[in-house]
Design a protein around this ligand. Structure first.
Ligand code: SF4
Length: 675
């Protein structure tokens, strides 16, 4: 038996474990005690991460659709066919009629190769990935405030905080090994503030629990800032020395008294003042947030509001403080870092910067497109309009992950050519003209970057089940299109590092032990556990005033509830892997809606009778869970069940800056199925 040390393929925490391999098959998982992230612990998903790898449903052969039915094809003929169609469409409509969706499930090296494929081979900047539906507001927002759109500090500081403000994040279920650190902090005496429409587990031990309405976060945070400054609890020295724009910012925020936003948030002013005082006066305070803050039409402004709060109190740019944007997917941080975005190359180097573009053109010996490409959201609009003809999707089930399923379906049906590279037959793959079987985390070498900006090694335990890694597939297509690319992961990492100042010192060799936290500016640079220490990456931290704006849809007499969505401990995203894992499926086999007992009583809803949840976009029949964990007037649903897809209900309204959809607040009603 051999033991292969690798990184968990589920959430963005980045735990380390060994895959036990016997006779070419994975037979078990053992946590790595020396892993700096997980220290010998794993959550229930991590313990079972090997089970879907060799599941009988795995796609093993390329499939080409003929007369509406898939037929198995050899790799050679499938790749010839895909390359031929890509060339034909590029020649006929131009490169910007094509687009690539890369994958936060794939390695950094594969994401680097995919963005290179889009830009250097297809000739378009139309490349994006699922950060568009999770943390792209973090990239856009923190970048404006601090000059870098990622976590400011490290996980190991969490248990030693004096105060942790958890807002729009459920670490116990969505990021359990960070949730464990929060639990350790509570045991150490750390004061917890939880702001969430759902009474999540840390709220049980919170010093202050604020159950505000979904979509009222800016009002809440601005009111905290207003109280802090009015009471003289702000860090005047930090504001004077390390920031700019405070006076203009204060002119906007000074009107947000806790009393004035009582109806907007549904929260008593005294509670807001208590939270504000605790956060401001604690010596070591941090903010932990996730998709509850970003998946809004004001997602970018929500992130900026949190950055403002941290700067007002001087709780950033030092150890034991800062912001922790908890990333959802195993490598969504890395996919952003690698430039799988329409406006930047690796390391957030703008595609519109001529010097940067010349550097990549020289290295790749090709002319590169000069304008920003389309975001994933705008690819959908353009497909429906008819100007986008081809979509190459890798490891993403957009028909289940994106808001308003019917709208996405219309876009996919409008394309002339859809290629999906996947490990299982997803709903999106069923729509494809060609399905190429990809490889799981256990079948490849490379790196993932977790939510604390740490590059960590991923190591191959078994041979690719369908014969090729995702990087090899892309490179073989590139070769057929006349641009040979090297699929070797170590070589791709070296090329990426040579072109990217932020990651210049990254190499497989240096990642062997505990990885490295970026920035890593040179081969000698030790990595960066805390960023913005002496000064912010942009120089001075920037106060940017943001105002409360209601969600795109608010409750009315026809749809009187606010529907919000989230993650559960036992499942992951669309459940592609966790619903193929016996023990996880056993715990939660079906979708449900949480409803407050007061609302259930008014509607006559009983736990043993299904209900119909309806929005302006669709409806679903699900089982109700009557619980006072959810605020009255609010419904909560998970989004892991592809046969009962919650996203038929969610709203395809988008943040104007970063184009993320509003998954976290839309108007809904509940009916009995018989009505
Ligand atoms: Fe995997 Fe996240 Fe669980 Fe760690 S916390 S074992 S990374 S799913």
């Amino acid at each position: 038996m051999k033991r292969v040390l690798t990184t968990c393929p589920y959430c963005g925490v980045g735990c380390g474990f060994y895959l036990d391999v016997r006779d070419g098959r994975i037979v078990g998982i053992i946590p790595s005690k020396s892993n700096i992230v997980s220290k010998g612990y794993l959550c229930v998903k991590g313990w079972h991460a090997h089970e879907p790898v060799e599941h009988p449903d795995r796609l093993k052969k390329p499939l080409i659709k003929e007369n509406g039915k898939f037929k198995e094809a050899s790799w050679g003929s499938a790749l010839d066919y895909v390359a031929g169609r890509l060339k034909e469409l590029k020649d006929k409509y131009g490169p910007d009629a094509l687009s690539v969706c890369t994958s936060a499930r794939c390695t950094n090296e594969e994401n680097f190769l995919m963005m290179k494929f889009a830009r250097a081979v297809l000739g378009t900047n139309n490349v994006d990935h699922c950060a568009r539906t999770c943390h792209v507001p973090t990239v856009a927002g923190l970048n404006q405030s601090f000059g870098s759109g990622a976590s400011t500090n490290s996980y190991d500081e969490i248990p030693f905080m004096d105060c942790i403000l958890i807002i729009g994040s459920n670490p116990t279920e969505a990021h359990p090994i960070v949730g464990w650190r929060v639990r350790t902090a509570i045991d150490n005496g750390t004061k917890i503030i939880v702001c969430d429409p759902r009474k999540i587990l840390p709220a049980e031990n919170a010093s202050v629990y604020i159950q505000h309405y979904p979509g009222s976060d800016i009002a809440l945070i601005n009111a905290m800032i207003q109280f802090i400054v009015s009471e003289g609890l702000h860090d005047k020295e930090f504001i004077a020395k390390r920031t700019e724009g405070f006076d203009v910012f204060w002119e906007v925020v000074k009107d947000y008294t806790p009393e004035s936003i009582r109806d907007t948030t549904g929260v008593e002013p005294a509670l807001i003042k208590q939270a504000a005082k605790l956060y401001a006066t604690s010596k070591r305070s941090c903010i932990m947030y996730s998709l509850g803050m970003t998946e809004h039409t004001v997602g970018t402004d929500n992130v900026i509001a949190m950055a403002n709060l941290s700067m007002v109190c001087g709780h950033v740019g030092k150890e034991f403080s800062g912001l922790y944007p908890m990333r959802g997917q195993n490598n969504v941080q890395g996919a952003c870092d690698m430039g799988a975005l329409p406006n930047v190359y690796s390391g957030y180097q703008p595609v519109t910067d001529e010097d940067v573009r010349k550097k990549f053109e020289n290295a790749w010996a090709v002319s590169l497109p000069t304008a920003n490409g389309l975001t994933l959201t705008d690819m959908i609009f353009k497909a429906i309009e008819g100007s986008l003809k081809c979509f190459y999707i890798i490891g993403e089930d957009q028909l289940r992950t994106d808001p308003n399923t019917h709208w996405i379906e219309k876009a996919l049906d409008s394309l002339e050519f859809l290629v999906v590279q996947e490990i299982f037959m997803s709903e999106t793959a069923k729509k494809a003209d060609v399905v190429l079987p990809g490889a799981s985390f256990a079948e490849k070498d490379g790196t993932f970057t977790c939510a604390e900006r740490r590059f960590q090694r991923v190591r191959k335990a078994i041979e690719p089940i369908a014969g090729k890694t995702d990087g090899q597939i892309i490179c073989e297509l590139a070769k057929r299109l006349g641009y040979p690319m090297d699929a070797d992961p170590e070589q791709a990492c070296a090329e990426m590092a040579s072109l990217t100042p932020l990651f210049r010192g990254v190499s497989f060799k240096r990642l062997e032990e505990n990885g490295l936290q970026w920035p890593v500016y040179s081969k000698e640079h030790p990595g960066t556990p805390v960023v913005h220490l002496e000064k912010f990456i942009r120089g001075l931290g920037k106060f940017i005033p943001v105002k409360h704006k209601p969600p795109a849809e608010t409750p009315d007499s026809e749809y009187p509830f606010i529907l919000t969505t989230g993650r559960m401990l036992f499942h992951y995203n669309t459940g592609t892997m966790t619903r193929r894992t016996t023990n996880l499926l056993r715990e939660h086999p079906r979708n449900f809606v949480q409803i407050n007992p007061l609302d259930a009583q008014k509607l006559g809803v009983k736990s043993e009778e299904k209900v119909r949840v309806k929005t302006r976009r669709g409806e679903l029949e699900v089982w109700p869970e009557v619980t006072d964990k959810i605020k009255a007037g609010v419904l909560w649903m998970p989004f892991h069940f592809s046969d009962q897809p919650t996203n038929v209900l969610t709203n395809n309204a988008f943040d104007p800056v970063c184009r993320i959809g509003e998954y976290k607040a839309c108007a809904a009603r509940v009916e009995k199925p018989s009505s």
